[in-house]
Design a protein around this ligand. Structure first.
Ligand SMILES: C[S@@+](CC[C@H](N)C(=O)[O-])C[C@H]1O[C@@H](n2cnc3c(N)ncnc32)[C@H](O)[C@@H]1O
Length: 208
């Protein structure tokens, strides 16, 4: 029988936030698949590394070809089930072929840093997606948490909200969570600097 494909959440970046379960399963794997940032620390591990770039279909073929002989771990930032690689893998593999190992999501860390709950938040991601529906979501919810990307930065999101008549919200830009250069900043909707969170961050938009 083919080995299970492990889909492992490695947390927001700093290895200290990785769970012991995730750490052990990564240790057991022969092949690690993931983005360059996540695989960087395993460069000298002796494991075979497969870097995800714009090659997701090739990655699926690679997994199909190698999983009979090797233990494969697909590393996901944060939690794989939160805007992560899980949905993509489920298009090509049955759920019985996958073992999902949860990780600490960037949104959990952002909420912890801001000392707020996330059970009452609405979630959205503009990471590689458009902003359709975001304005309505912010109008309808007192707390909206958004994953950004380098194109749809906090300033771009704020400008879109302002242009659609949304006002009186605070914007918290949470960057580099868990790293030494972690930064949490608070802005009004009309004062988000262009360079804030420009490489991807968590944005929390709340009623003032
Ligand atoms: C593809 S999504 C994956 C989210 C991930 N599954 C999670 O649970 O955090 C990537 C986005 O998550 C956010 N993100 C991930 N790690 C982060 C960190 N350490 N600091 C701030 N934002 C982070 C950014 O918005 C980034 O563009």
């Amino acid at each position: 029988m083919a080995n299970l494909i492990r889909v492992i959440g490695v947390g927001p970046g700093n290895p200290e936030y990785m769970t012991p379960m995730a750490r052990n399963l990564v240790e057991c794997a022969d092949i690690l698949i993931g983005g360059e940032r996540l695989l960087e620390v395993y460069r000298k591990s002796g494991k075979e590394l497969y870097i995800i770039r714009n090659n997701l279909m090739d990655m699926v073929e690679f997994i199909r070809n190698r999983r009979d002989d090797c233990q494969i771990a697909v590393l996901a930032s944060g939690d794989p089930s939160f805007y992560g690689i899980l949905e993509y893998l489920k298009r090509y593999f049955r759920t019985t072929e996958l073992q999902v190992v949860p990780g600490l999501s960037s949104i959990q860390l952002a909420c912890a840093a801001l000392c707020i709950s996330w059970h009452d938040a609405a979630f959205y991601s503009v990471h590689g997606r458009d902003m359709e529906g975001l304005v309505e979501l912010v109008r309808d919810n007192a707390k909206v948490i958004v994953l950004t990307d380098p194109k749809k930065t906090p300033a771009v999101i704020a400008a879109e909200l302002v242009s659609q008549g949304v006002s009186e919200r605070k914007v918290y830009v949470c960057e580099n969570l868990s790293y030494n250069n972690e930064q949490i900043r608070e802005f009004s909707l009309d004062s988000v600097p262009r360079d804030a969170g420009s490489s991807g961050c968590v944005v929390v938009i709340m009623n003032e």
